[in-house]
Design a protein around this ligand. Sequence first.
Ligand SMILES: [Zn+2]
Length: 346
Amino acid sequence: MTIAVRVIRDERYLEHRPGSEHPESPKRLRSVYRMIEKDFPDADLYLEPDLATLEQLELVHAPSYVRQILDTSEREFTTLTPDTAVSAKSYLSAWLAVGGCLKGLEALMAGQCRACFCLARPPGHHALPDRASGFCIFNNLGVTARYALEQYGLKRILIVDWDIHHGNALQNLFYSESAVLYFSSHYMGWFPHTGDWDETGQGEGEGYTVNLPVFKELGDADMMHLYGELLVPVVQRYKPELILVAAGFDGHHRDPLGRTRLTESCFGWLTQLLVQLSDSVNAAPILLALEGGYDTHALAASVREVLKVLSHQGRRERIPTFKTERAAQLVEKVRRAHARYGIWTR
Ligand SMILES: [Zn+2]
């Protein structure tokens, strides 16, 4: 199996400065960029983003909100919500974060690569149609999924969200649809406190939202047990044509906001699992977009593990098999909640 990967990067993603004390600092991405320059120096790996168009942004966002973000370019600093602020050029970073994901989608759909990692900021999975939230301005993957449905006529898109916070806004966007299956693992004790196991979708979308509210002690073994028992049947039965990943690394044990117990190795294994699953469903392309991850060293180390797998520099050994009792209990709960739909439980 070979998998060609492309990486989206751009110095303009560093222009978004939400304040010197803010955890979503340009230092995060600077640390990642320093790592890739050293460990992944091949220039052919990289693509530059284009700006998203107004029409693309408005697939998800209210025109008045898009206008509001554009207007912040006239001021040095604007507080949008208590947790989300922007500097004069943040609008550009935000525009390019969506554009980077769309650029990745285009490359994947043109068959130029099998996987793409958009190393952008600000993150997106909490951004609401008409409001910034949780450090997010535009819903990068929400726009991408909507665009993929409309432009490429896809019928089944899987979103895997392994950020330790629930991607409430991503879930909401597709809660009533079966064309996008949202699969998220997260700790509910933190913002935005949504994503319980019985939130499973509504109407046409019943059964197409799969939430794994994990426990605070979550370690690599728990995580791999959960994904092995739940993501595998979801992919095998749903057969996605495209896999989007809200790739947050704040579940790392060093993260100041996450504070669960994952290590960077876990993100490499998860990536390996995704690649194997993609192989099993007609080589569905994989697009990862950076979400959270607030310890600069842990973030760079975690992204390195993902890229090692995708670029084939990494380990080729089998993913270790893990079983834990507490993960088994959560698997049972989630399976029970979904049994009545039978979409992936049979
Ligand atoms: Zn997060």
